[in-house]
Design a protein around this ligand. Structure first.
Ligand SMILES: C[S@@+](CC[C@H](N)C(=O)[O-])C[C@H]1O[C@@H](n2cnc3c(N)ncnc32)[C@H](O)[C@@H]1O
Length: 335
């Protein structure tokens, strides 16, 4: 059964579980605003919310949906990369609740013009910052006109599309994207195949990458392989894992005492980074095991709230396929 926070733009996952972690919070930061589903739930739970998204289409959609909260001064949207949270947010403001719901929205995947999908004939786009041609929206914080909005150098990934990446990246970069982000054991062969093909004709459409994948993985490769390897390219294009690594400590430092940072990951590489970061912050000593005397901070920075990731229950899985791979982890800052 769909929940009341689902929209045609996106159906948020694990909403109740996120709200339970944020019990008692009054000021929230939603770093991945998307269609504003989680933000709407946090507003309904009584929190004031600031939302960040690097995609102007998300800023436009969420600002339209949350217009009443903008009018009441309870919601603000900021267009930018959460990896730059430090410079995007007003100095000295801290948050009781910070949410990262990683990856892409259903809208980004479904909208053919965005080029995120392996559907036949789709152009190889996949950049989250791509301008979507939406009209001016007053987000409450700043007026956002996606056709004129600044692309700040620090927020922009090195590649402007999947085609750009596939046509220009080195063998090493292609191999590491397919291997590390796509868990593909034949990543080096696939990278070589991409380079061989692009010398004949540049990559432009989804079919070009599907053809290279089929040539290496065999005729029996199918949608799950295409989804996994297109996702790998998207992660590389948007520089997602290094952005996450930069964001985690910066967001931790934006937590108010007892504030909670919650992260929903859909990819094993993302989830591993979150797990290791939270584990390290919750340990009292992070010195190398053989070091005789502790020289590190010698105290935990807070508490791990999830020894194991929280995953979706059967009812949610039955109506939201995206929830299948969702792993929610949370960390609470010390008092
Ligand atoms: C899974 S969707 C979030 C959906 C949202 N929770 C909702 O309820 O609709 C992820 C969103 O994060 C945005 N995003 C991904 N990486 C980002 C980054 N580094 N900085 C800011 N936004 C990012 C995407 O553009 C997308 O809109």
């Amino acid at each position: 059964m769909p929940t009341r926070y689902d929209s045609a733009y996106h159906a948020p996952v694990l909403v109740e579980e996120v709200l339970a972690l944020f019990t008692g919070a009054s000021r929230a930061l939603d770093c991945t605003l998307g269609g504003g589903g989680h933000s709407a739930a946090m507003l309904d739970a009584g929190m004031d919310v600031t939302g960040i998204d690097r995609d102007p289409a998300a800023i436009a959609e969420a600002s339209r949906r949350l217009q009443p909260a903008i009018a009441d001064g309870r919601f603000h949207a900021i267009r930018g990369n959460y990896a730059d949270a430090e410079s995007l947010l007003p100095a000295d403001v801290t948050y009781d609740a910070i949410l990262l719901d990683l990856g892409v929205s259903s809208h980004q995947l479904d909208e053919p013009a965005r080029g995120f999908s392996f559907r036949e004939g789709e152009r190889l786009g996949g950049a989250m910052e791509q301008l979507g041609g939406h009209e001016t929206v007053d987000s409450g914080w700043q007026t956002v006109d996606p056709s004129t909005v600044d692309r700040r150098p620090s927020t922009v990934a090195p590649w402007h599309s999947a085609a750009h990446f596939l046509n220009e990246a080195s063998l090493a970069d292609l191999t590491s994207a397919f291997r590390e982000y796509g868990d593909e054991p034949r990543g080096a062969r696939l990278a070589t195949e991409v380079i061989r093909r692009r010398e004949r004709r540049p990559f432009a459409l989804s079919d070009d990458l599907v053809g290279a994948i089929r040539a290496v993985l065999g005729a029996r490769s199918g949608p799950s392989d295409f989804a996994r390897l297109f996702q790998a390219v998207r992660i590389a294009v948007n520089d997602e894992l290094s952005g996450l690594a930069r964001a985690l400590p910066a967001l931790r430092d934006r937590l108010a005492p007892q504030g909670v940072l919650a992260v929903i990951a859909y990819h094993s590489g993302e989830d591993r980074r979150v797990k290791l970061a939270f584990r390290e912050w919750a340990s009292s000593c992070v010195c190398p095991p053989k070091q005789p005397v502790c020289t590190c901070r010698g105290r935990p920075l807070g508490t791990l709230l999830t020894r194991k990731p929280i995953t979706a229950g059967d009812a949610e899985l039955a109506h939201n396929v995206r929830a299948r791979s969702a792993h929610l982890r949370a960390f609470r800052r010390e008092a």
